[in-house]
Design a protein around this ligand. Structure first.
Ligand code: MSK
Length: 582
C-alpha cells in the first residue's frame, strides 16, 4: 500500500523517517506531475527530432507550413534569414535544447507566455530549466531522505507544470509545421465508423508521426489491390484517443472512441490491426485481442506490450514501417471470424479542426486590421460570458462522458463558449455537441455569435457550441490563444473570464497539464478527487494559496452541476473585476 494509506490506517502523522503526511503527499504529487511531464516532453522530443531530420533531408516528411515555421522562429527570436530549412534546424535545435540540455530557462516557456505571466513565474522561481534537468532534480528530491519541505515540493511541481505547457507547445507547433494547420472538417464518431466490408485499422496513442503515413498510404494502389484480392472493398483507418484527434482534425479520419472504448473497439471482432504509438494504451487490449483475429501492433520503444507485434517507427524509415503495418492488416482480413458485432445505428456527426489560426482567420473577415477585437467586443458585451476549456480523459471512476457533457451543456446555456480537447472533446462529440444543430443548447446571446461566425466562415450554419481544439498536446493552442487575448487587453491571464475543467481526469499527464494551467494563472476544476486529501496543507496550497501566488487554483467538485455553478461564479468574479456586466 502507498505509505500515506498505511499511515492513515495506523492513525499516524509521520513515517519512520519522520516524513510528515504533508511531505509524503507533496512528494507523491511531484512524482505524478513529473511522470506526466516526461510523457509530454518525450512526445515533443520525437516531433522536434523529426522536424530536425526533415530539414536535414533525412526523412520523407515535408515542411507543409513554412509560414508558420517563420512565425515560430520570430517568436523564439531566431535568425530565419537563411530560409526554411535553416529556420527549421534552428527551431528544432532550440526545442531539443529546451527538452534535454541543462540551461537556466526553457525558451519555449519564456517566449510563448505573456510578459506578465513570465514575470510572476520568474518571481516564484517557477521558470523551468530544461526538462532533463528538472526531471533529474525531481528524481533526486523525491528520493528517500532528500527534500522534505512540502512547499518546495509543490513549487517544483508548478515548475514541472510550466515545463509541461512548454512541451505541449513544442509538439503542437511543430506538428502543424510538418502536417498542416488544422481547419474545420466534418467527420463522425462511434464504434460504427468501423466498416464490415473493409480492412479496419485502428490508430491509437498520441504522436501523429507514423499515423500520418498510415493515412496517406491507405490509398496506395498496390495495398488497395491486395485488400481487394483478400475480399475487402478497401482500407478503413479509424482513430482512437489523441492520435485519433490528430488525424481527425487534419484529414477528417473518423473516431472510433476514446480511452475507455479502446477494448470495446477490438471486441467488435472487426479490427484487423490495432496500431498503438505511445500513452493511454491499456495493456488489456492484448487480452481482448487474443479472443479475436486482431493484431496488436506497437510502434515505439517507450510503449511495448509483451505479446504484441512490434514494428519500430524510425523517422528515416516511416514509409517502410507504415507499409509493413498495412500489409499485415490486409493479410489479416481473411482471418476475421464470424464472431463480430457492430452496434446498430449511425455514428454521430461532428465538426473538428479548430486552431488559433482558424479562429483568427474567421475573425479577420469581420475585422481585417484587428481580428481579436470582435472576440473582445463580444466578451465585453456579455454575448460571450466567458470561455471554459474542457480537457482530459474520460474516467471509469464517474459515469463516463456524463460530467463533460453536463458541464458543457450547463455552461453554453449561460453563454459560455466551450473549447474542448483530448477525450473530453470526444465525449462532447458523442453527445452531438460538435454540430451546428447543437447551438440550440446555447444561450440566445452565444447562439447569435455562433450564427454570425458560422455565416462568416462560409458554413451557412452556426458554428458548433463546443470547439474541438485537438488532442491533449493542443491544450498548448489554448494557452497561446489565452495569452494573446490577455496581451491584447493588457491584463494578466489570471484576470481573464476563463477557466478549465478536467471533469474526468485520470492520467499523470492530466495532472501535469492542470498544474501548468494553474501556474499560468488559470483556475482548473477537477471532477475526480486527486490523491492529496491526506494533507490539509497541500490541499490548501493547491486550492487557495496558489491563487495568491500564481493567480490560478484548483477547484475540486465531483458533482458536474455544482462544478458548473462554481465555474460560472469564477467567471462572474473575473468579469466583475474587469468592470464588465456580470
Ligand atoms: S488520450 S491523456 S485518456 S485525454 Fe490524450 Fe484521453 Fe486522457 Fe489519454
Amino acid at each position: 500500500l502507498p505509505m500515506i494509506y498505511r499511515l492513515s490506517a495506523a492513525k499516524l502523522t509521520k513515517g519512520t523517517c519522520g516524513a510528515s503526511v504533508d511531505t509524503i503527499v507533496a512528494r507523491n504529487l511531484l512524482m505524478m506531475v513529473g511522470r506526466g511531464m516526461a510523457a509530454h516532453a518525450s512526445h515533443a522530443l520525437h516531433v522536434a527530432s523529426t522536424l530536425l531530420k526533415t530539414a536535414q533531408n533525412k526523412t520523407s516528411y515535408k515542411i507543409k507550413e513554412p509560414e508558420k515555421l517563420m512565425s515560430i522562429a520570430a517568436k523564439l527570436n531566431l535568425d530565419a534569414s537563411q530560409g526554411t530549412e535553416s529556420a527549421a534546424i534552428e527551431a528544432a535545435s532550440t526545442a531539443i535544447s529546451d527538452l534535454v540540455y541543462d540551461k537556466s530557462a526553457m525558451k519555449f516557456a519564456t517566449s510563448y507566455f505573456p510578459v506578465s505571466t513570465g514575470k510572476t513565474l520568474q518571481g516564484l522561481g517557477a521558470i523551468p530549466g530544461s526538462v532533463g534537468s528538472e526531471l533529474l532534480a525531481e528524481g533526486h528530491e523525491t528520493s528517500m531522505g532528500t527534500m522534505a519541505d512540502p512547499v518546495s515540493l509543490i513549487l517544483h511541481a508548478a515548475r514541472l507544470g510550466v515545463a509541461d505547457m512548454a512541451s505541449l507547445i513544442i509538439s503542437s507547433e511543430f506538428q502543424d509545421v510538418l502536417f498542416g494547420i488544422p481547419a474545420p472538417v466534418q467527420s463522425k464518431i462511434g464504434l460504427n465508423v468501423l466498416d464490415v466490408n473493409k480492412v479496419n485499422v485502428v490508430i491509437h496513442g498520441h504522436v501523429p508521426l507514423l499515423s500520418e503515413k498510415l493515412v496517406e498510404l491507405s490509398e496506395d494502389e498496390e495495398l488497395l489491390k491486395s485488400a481487394k484480392a483478400s475480399g475487402a472493398s478497401g482500407i478503413n483507418i479509424v482513430g482512437c484517443c489523441c492520435t485519433g484527434n490528430e488525424v481527425l482534425m487534419r484529414h477528417g479520419v473518423p473516431l472510433a472512441g476514446s480511452n475507455l472504448q479502446q477494448e470495446l473497439v477490438i471486441a467488435t471482432g472487426l479490427v484487423e490491426a490495432f496500431v498503438a504509438d505511445i500513452q493511454c494504451i491499456y495493456p488489456n487490449v492484448e487480452n481482448v485481442a487474443a479472443k479475436f483475429h486482431t493484431k496488436i501492433i506497437t510502434t515505439m520503444k517507450e510503449a511495448r506490450l509483451p505479446g504484441a507485434l512490434h514494428i519500430q517507427f524510425e523517422e528515416e524509415h516511416a514509409d517502410k514501417a507504415a507499409r509493413e503495418i498495412l500489409e499485415t492488416a490486409v493479410a489479416n482480413f481473411q482471418k476475421r471470424g464470424k464472431n463480430t458485432y457492430l452496434p446498430k445505428g449511425e455514428p454521430k456527426n461532428l465538426i473538428a479542426g479548430f486552431s488559433v489560426e482558424t479562429c483568427l482567420g474567421v475573425l479577420s473577415k469581420i475585422n481585417p486590421s484587428d481580428p481579436l477585437k470582435p472576440l473582445i467586443d463580444n466578451i465585453a458585451s456579455g454575448n460571450i460570458y466567458g470561455a471554459v476549456l474542457l480537457a482530459g480523459c474520460t474516467s471509469s471512476k464517474v459515469t463516463a462522458d456524463a460530467s463533460h457533457v453536463t458541464i458543457a451543456k450547463t455552461l453554453m446555456k449561460q453563454n459560455v463558449l466551450v473549447i474542448a480537447t483530448g477525450c473530453a472533446a470526444q465525449a462532447c462529440a458523442r453527445a452531438g455537441l460538435l454540430t451546428p444543430e447543437a447551438s440550440q443548447y446555447a444561450g440566445d446571446r452565444l447562439k447569435g455569435v455562433l450564427g454570425l461566425l458560422g455565416e462568416t466562415a462560409g458554413l451557412g450554419k452556426p458554428l458548433p457550441p463546443v470547439w474541438h481544439f485537438g488532442s491533449c498536446v493542443d491544450n498548448g493552442r489554448v494557452v497561446i490563444l489565452a495569452g494573446s487575448l490577455a496581451e491584447k487587453l493588457g491584463v494578466p491571464v489570471k484576470d481573464l473570464p476563463i477557466a478549465a475543467s478536467a471533469a474526468e481526469w485520470m492520467t499523470e499527464k492530466a495532472a501535469a497539464i492542470g498544474t501548468g494551467a494553474v501556474a499560468l494563472g488559470v483556475t482548473v476544476h477537477l471532477g475526480v478527487t486527486p490523491p492529496v486529501i491526506g494533507s490539509p496543507a497541500v490541499v490548501s496550497l493547491l486550492t487557495q494559496k496558489s491563487e495568491e501566488l500564481f493567480g490560478g487554483k484548483f477547484i475540486v467538485e465531483v458533482d458536474p452541476v455544482k462544478a458548473s455553478q462554481l465555474l460560472l461564479e469564477h467567471i462572474k468574479e473575473k468579469r466583475g473585476k474587469l468592470g464588465l456586466a456580470t
